[in-house]
Design a protein around this ligand. Structure first.
Ligand code: FES
Length: 261
């Protein structure tokens, strides 16, 4: 009784402070990551369990290759690479019929696959753009300006986070630390424009609001922006302007003179 009253009161406070967060409508989920943007599945013409979906012949070969990495009594261990392949084949997102196809291959109940696909934010359960841009939102990137990076992308493309541009080319999402904090802030581009054969997942590091807009326009023109650091004064993760320490020849480690022993 008490906890119900407390929850009700909390909801009222949230409504006052942030009306958009308090309502459990699809609009309220727009700011979440793609995988969590759908709290539950609702059938739609392009996302329903009885829609036909199967791996292409070429991808079936890749499925066999992936399955060969696992013992035959642990087929379910292949769930993540197979979901990844299905997502690439399906233009960057996983309809429920694709998840069912994966469940069939690894011989488990579909719920076992849904559990994985809904847990990992790299699996998208709603449509994304051909180029899905992911802005790192974790502390080092945030301190180095990731909010401004995201704002520049959203403004330039005229979308909200997790929305797809009208031409289907771009969408912007958020990821947590992608492991190159030394080059913060950074974005990743998942490129679904060439199916699973041409799929790439590239990092663009040391970006600025101006540079991410340039990267978007290069992608739009079909160009391939150079990956890695976008700061011309850095080499990979090295210090800007070159090394300031450890400039001489490295000394070899001291060795014992065994003859003198
Ligand atoms: S915080 Fe952005 S890559 Fe680690």
């Amino acid at each position: 009784m008490f906890s119900r009253l407390a929850a009700k009161r909390l909801l009222e406070i949230r409504r006052v402070l942030r009306p958009s967060l308090a309502l459990s409508s699809p609009a309220s989920t727009a700011a979440r990551s793609f995988s969590t943007a759908l709290n539950y599945h609702i059938d739609s013409p392009d996302n329903k369990p009885d829609a036909p979906w199967e791996f292409t012949a070429a991808n079936m070969e890749r499925v066999k290759e992936i399955m060969s990495h696992y013992p035959s009594n642990y087929k379910q261990s292949a769930v993540i690479p197979l979901l990844d392949l299905a997502q690439q084949q399906h233009g960057g997102w996983l309809p429920v019929s694709a998840m069912n196809a994966v469940a069939k291959v690894i011989e488990v109940a579909p719920i076992r696959v849904y559990e994985v696909a809904t847990f990992y934010s790299m699996f998208n359960r709603t449509k994304v753009g051909k180029y899905h841009l992911l802005v790192c939102g974790t502390t080092p990137c945030m301190i180095r300006g990731s909010r401004e990076i995201e704002e520049a992308l959203l403004k330039h493309l005229g979308v909200k986070r997790n929305e797809v541009t009208k031409d289907g080319m771009f969408s912007v999402g958020e990821m947590e630390c992608m492991g190159c904090c030394v080059n913060a802030p950074m974005i990743t581009v998942a490129d679904y424009s060439n199916g699973s054969e041409g799929y790439t997942y590239n990092y663009y590091e040391d970006v600025t609001p101006k540079r991410v807009v340039e990267i978007v326009e290069m992608l739009r023109r079909g160009e391939k922006p150079p990956v890695g650091t976008q700061n011309p004064n850095r080499t990979r993760s090295g210090p800007e302007g070159g090394n300031l320490t450890l400039l001489g020849e490295c000394k070899p480690p001291p060795c014992r003179d065994l003859d003198a022993c």
